[in-house]
Write a protein that binds this ligand. Structure first.
Ligand code: CTP
Length: 434
């Protein structure tokens, strides 16, 4: 059997140290211990991955308790699946999921499985694809030995996604979305038999039977991939997005927009001066566009049923509701302060996407000016300096700050001295005479 010790030795020292410690503790317990799944796949592919799935042939919970004691970090147990998680802080942040080798029995399709103890072979057999069903022995005596019962190594070499058994997509239909994700991420090919099973499972509406929270998580994972559009096209071809909403149809126009999201995000990340202040979630840009053909009530119902985060829901809805209105307001001749007033209350994701929607060059320029300059414009005078001038915090105070900011945006002054003069002569004196 192949030995991956050389590849393991090239891992960051923290990872190597953790693996060796795990091997040593397992030795004390007399448990065989393995790294499994995506971590093994990624070691072979030479892809960075610090999510370690560890399987012990023994009591995983007891084992984790001891491991966390030695590492001096906390841990969380998930009793239903007899698994536990440890986060190891440090320069390289390692997430360790420890499980007892297990068999899974699916009582009903698309539901969560019943779990019982098993051997490492049982544990690997229940997994999604052969390339994810390899184990790496990390026990002291066999450190680095590849355990590959199902020719995952060969399939990895051939870049093929092969299922372990023909009920794989019935047991767990989210694997369909995983297949698409891995296919696009690694340039793999879904092997013909697996593809047939996927199509059969989709035709039976299996994906629509999965708990929506799990679908949401898988969808987000796809949207977080470096190039999600290829996966979205693949899904559209297979059966479409009925698993999100029965009438969700992604037409060519939407795909054209989705394709431009990547370049839009790049532009934003490279040029946007205030990017450190305003984090834009790229995956959310894709989600907003993906759902753009649903009506507002459909969006609300769907997003809530998938339990998306309420801020994310608000952004998707705002794009749908506000875009046309905002673009039409921006058509008019307006000063910088007016543009600021229109765009500032919106999220950056929504403003960015409006750039894609706006056809008129003048409107695009206004949005770009907002992103590049207006959104980060601040007045010079600080709160305590204003208090020194006798201003008291309250609604009036806020209005004065806003008036000052608007004046600055509209180029009425630029230096701090000029700002102070403007405040005294143009704002405060008028207030007093009122
Ligand atoms: N797995 C599975 N079926 C699923 C999800 C996971 O069989 N529906 C198994 C696979 O063996 C997988 C492992 O559990 O490799 C870990 O799952 P996860 O961390 O979700 O995926 P990774 O394969 O590590 O992929 P990624 O790189 O996207 O994290």
């Amino acid at each position: 059997m192949e030995n991956l010790a050389d590849k393991l030795n090239r891992e960051p020292p923290e990872v190597l140290r953790s693996l060796k410690l795990i091997g040593a503790i397992a030795g004390e317990f007399g448990y065989p211990v393995y790294a499994v799944g995506g971590f093994v796949r990624d070691i072979i592919l030479g892809v960075e991955d610090f999510d370690l799935d560890i399987v012990v042939e023994g009591d995983g919970i007891n084992f984790t308790r001891e491991l966390s004691r030695k590492l001096n970090v906390g841990w969380t147990a998930h009793t239903r699946f007899k698994t536990a998680t440890i986060h190891i802080p440090g320069e390289v942040k390692i997430k360790l999921d420890v499980a007892t080798a297990r068999q899974e029995i699916y009582d009903s399709p698309a539901a969560l499985p019943r779990v019982s103890f098993g051997s490492i072979k049982d544990d690997l057999r229940r997994r999604d694809f052969t390339v994810n069903a390899m184990a790496l022995d990390i026990s002291r005596d066999n450190f680095g030995r590849l355990v590959d019962f199902f020719n995952g190594r060969g399939d990895l070499r051939d870049k093929v996604l092969r299922v372990m058994h023909n009920l794989s997509f019935i047991d767990d239909p989210t694997r369909i979305l995983r297949a698409v994700r891995f296919e696009q991420r690694f340039g793999f090919r879904i092997e013909p038999f697996a593809l047939r099973l996927i199509k059969e499972s989709l035709a039976q509406g299996m994906l629509e039977r999965v708990h929506k929270h799990r679908l949401r998580d898988e969808l987000i994972l796809i949207l977080k991939e470096p190039s999600p559009v290829k996966s979205l096209r693949r899904i559209a071809k297979l059966r479409g997005f009925r698993f999100i909403h029965s009438s969700l149809n992604i037409d060519q126009k939407t795909f054209a927009l989705l394709k431009r999201v990547d370049e839009l995000y790049k532009w934003f990340a490279e040029n946007f001066v205030h990017k450190h202040k305003h984090k834009v979630e790229k995956w959310l840009l894709y989600l907003i566009v993906l759902l753009e053909n649903l009506s507002v009530p459909e969006l609300k119902k769907t997003l809530h049923s998938f339990a998306f985060h309420k801020n994310d829901i608000q952004k998707v809805i705002s794009f749908k509701k506000d875009t046309a209105k905002v673009i039409s307001k921006l058509k008019k001749e307006i000063p910088a302060s007016g543009i600021h007033k229109i765009l500032f209350p919106l999220s950056y994701e929504v403003v960015l996407l409006m750039l894609l929607k706006a056809k008129d060059v003048q409107i695009k320029r206004k949005i770009q000016d907002f992103l590049r300059a207006y959104s980060g414009t601040q007045i010079h005078l600080r709160g305590d300096e204003l208090k020194e001038l006798g201003l008291r915090p309250g609604p009036d105070f806020k209005l004065i700050l806003k008036e000052l900011l608007d004046a600055k945006l509209d180029g009425k002054f630029s230096t701090k001295e000029e700002e102070l003069v403007y405040l005294k002569n143009e704002i405060l004196s008028k207030k007093l005479s009122r």
